[in-house]
Design a protein around this ligand. Sequence first.
Ligand SMILES: [Zn+2]
Length: 288
Amino acid sequence: MAAAQTNPLWKEAKIKNYLPHMTVPEVESFLERSDMVIIPIGALEQHSSHLPIGTDFINGVELCKLIAQEREVLVAPVLMAGQSPYHMAFPGTISLSAETIVKVHMETVESLVQNGFKRFIFMNSHGGNRAITTFLVDQINQKTAAVAVDFSVAVSPFLKPENTKNTTSLDRHAGVSETCDSLYLMPSLVEIERATDPGMKLPKHLEKMLPEVIKEEPTAKLLFLSEALKAEETGKKTSTIEMTKTGVWGDLNPKQATLERGEERVSKMVAACRGFIDKWNELTQQTI
Ligand SMILES: [Zn+2]
């Protein structure tokens, strides 16, 4: 008889401070050092032909894991899917309602508060969840004993603002930046050779606004994003499939993505979050 083999698909290594990998004694000893949790909120949605459906979830979890190697923060993902109704024409996309997403995370926080955790960072990695994250964080602060913050708000004072003066393109969903991050965070899941020109066609009035949106003119950007990327049923003609058959929402070919830029972007984010956590510990007299 041949010797028994372990699961041939198993490749995972145990990651420090990553809740799904931890034992009860490890969580108990973590609680003696810290009461801080980071919860990634992602999406399961089309990311064109070169990135996987789980891009936002996987990238979000991986970023949180990297942060948790540098500071004592527990990584606790509980939901893979997010709010993505405008991608529904592409198979594989799963969209949850805002109410569901808020409820799952409220109940998650209530459990973790019972365990002894008190401070929460919500790391949203999908544009469609932005408003939900803002609302969720406020609900936690209003209704539970915990204190919660939105990662993007928390890290912004620790990030140098990007120079957008010379930007000439729209680079958003499944575009160059997201592909750069993916090349660094989940290299084996990126099929860069499958990336193609986005072929984006915007409704005429949005096309007209685009130059100002690219320059980050605040009113143009506000109006553009309020209307663009919305479900087909709204009649706005801005669901993804109505603007781009490739699923890339932007006008750059993601083939331009590089690992170097991904590494730089991710390290900046990790450093900014480290800065925020240190400041939070300092202000609440916690030692790491
Ligand atoms: Zn994405």
